[in-house]
Design a protein around this ligand. Structure first.
Ligand code: SF4
Length: 412
């Protein structure tokens, strides 16, 4: 038996981040000390992702690295890659356990049963305070032709509202100012409108939603933004701005449907930030189709675009499609799309120069304190006092790095 420090590392999406944060909270509550994955730990937990072959490769690399860092450590793989290919992961030298999605909830018990006990000196870690990710839903039944998520996460499941509310109250009481509702698609929660309505009846300071689908953009959902604590930021994965590619992807909508949803949302929520995901180099994507995708993204004026070069996933329909795009073409298109993302993001931020906005200050980095507006603009300020985890007004004055400089106006 030994007292143990735990390092949790996360790959992939916001849902994985939410699950890792929840795990970190469970370990902290049980009396373990959470340390950085770059430190020497007794237990390494890697929350894996399998959305691309690069994510798989990264997972194998991090698992080997953990073992090299401390050859005596318990190394545990969880998450989608662990669920999908337990055999390959289990064969990696130093990996002690591969845990499937159903066993993850008991991880604290699993670690204790392996003989790794909480430290006597229980230091609660404040590492995650300020913004917390909370899982409210997981799984998907859509079966887009390229996606492995339905295979590894299964069909849609919602966390009961009573459980979400009790978690939210605990997070508020522990000092979190912003809570991000996450899931494979948060809008697929069985009763998302009612749930948010209940959440804003608590004394939460800020509520953010992660990924939505265009069908979720209904008048009753948009009504909720009358409450200013709901962040004016919607992430709507488009995946391609070409109708023929969308059809091959099995996304079930056209660019016109997508544009309608964004127009309605922007009308209902002024200053809304709309961000998206785009896949480049989908099988058979021609130069003309890529151009359509690029032009559509430009027209939609996204505040940010997450660009993913297509990666074939085993047992998916797209993996069997002909006319694979060459790695060189994928790289070129990816760079073009990333340049566009940078330009659009700059243009979005530019609209707010001169305005005074509320910022949740999250961390200090060198001479600057950094935080985010509710519509997800990164703000840098110089403050003589520690203002982290406070929401304060700042006058936004000029561009700086990937955000804006803000001058503090008043204390909260
Ligand atoms: S990409 Fe498609 S299949 Fe994959 S999680 Fe999203 S909607 Fe579901």
């Amino acid at each position: 038996m030994k007292t143990a420090s735990i390092a949790i590392q996360t790959l992939g999406c916001k849902l994985n981040q939410a699950e890792s944060e929840s795990l970190a909270r469970q370990f902290t509550q049980a009396g373990y000390v959470i340390v950085s994955p770059n430190q020497n730990a007794d237990v390494y937990i890697l929350n894996t992702c399998t959305v691309t072959h690069i994510a798989d490769r990264k997972a194998r690399h991090f698992l080997r690295l953990a073992h090299r860092r401390n050859p005596d450590a318990l190394v545990i793989a969880i998450g989608c890659y662990a669920q999908n290919d337990a055999e390959t992961i289990g064969d990696i030298d130093g990996v002690s356990m591969v845990i499937n999605n159903h066993q993850e909830q008991n991880l604290v018990d699993v670690v204790a049963q392996a003989g790794y006990l909480p430290c006597d000196n229980n230091l609660a870690s404040g590492r995650f305070r300020t913004r917390a990710m909370l899982k409210i839903q997981s799984g998907c039944t859509q079966n887009c032709t390229y996606c492995i998520v339905p295979q590894v996460r299964g069909s849609e499941q919602s966390v009961p509202a009573s459980q979400v509310l009790s978690e939210i109250k605990k997070l508020i009481n522990s000092g979190f100012r912003e809570i991000v509702l996450t899931g494979t698609h948060v809008g697929a929660h069985e009763n998302i409108v009612e749930l948010i309505d209940k959440i804003v009846k608590t004394n939460i300071s800020r509520l953010r939603l992660s990924s939505l689908k265009i069908n979720d953009i209904t008048p009753s959902l948009l009504e909720l933004w009358r409450d200013e604590r709901i962040c004016r930021h919607i992430h709507l994965p488009l995946q391609s701005g070409s109708n023929t590619v969308l059809k091959r992807m099995g996304r079930g909508y056209t660019t016109a449907d997508f544009e309608d949803a964004v127009t309605i949302a922007r009308k209902a929520i002024p200053s809304l930030s709309v961000t998206t995901d785009i896949i480049v180099g989908f099988p058979g994507e021609t130069d003309a189709e890529f151009r359509q995708s690029y032009d559509f993204c430009q027209r939609m004026e996204f505040a940010d675009i997450h660009v993913f070069p297509y990666s074939p996933r085993p047992y998916t329909v797209a993996a069997q499609m002909p006319d694979k795009t060459s790695p060189q073409v994928k790289k070129k298109r990816s760079n073009q799309m990333l340049e566009l993302a940078k330009e659009l993001s700059y243009n979005f931020r530019n609209k707010f120069i001169g305005q005074t906005m509320l910022v949740l200050w999250e961390s200090v980095n060198g001479t600057y304190t950094e935080g985010f507006t509710d519509n997800y603009i990164k703000i840098y300020t110089k403050s003589l006092t520690n203002i982290t985890n406070q929401i304060q007004e700042a006058k936004l004055t000029k561009h700086y790095k990937n955000g804006l400089i803000g001058e503090l106006v008043n204390s909260e």
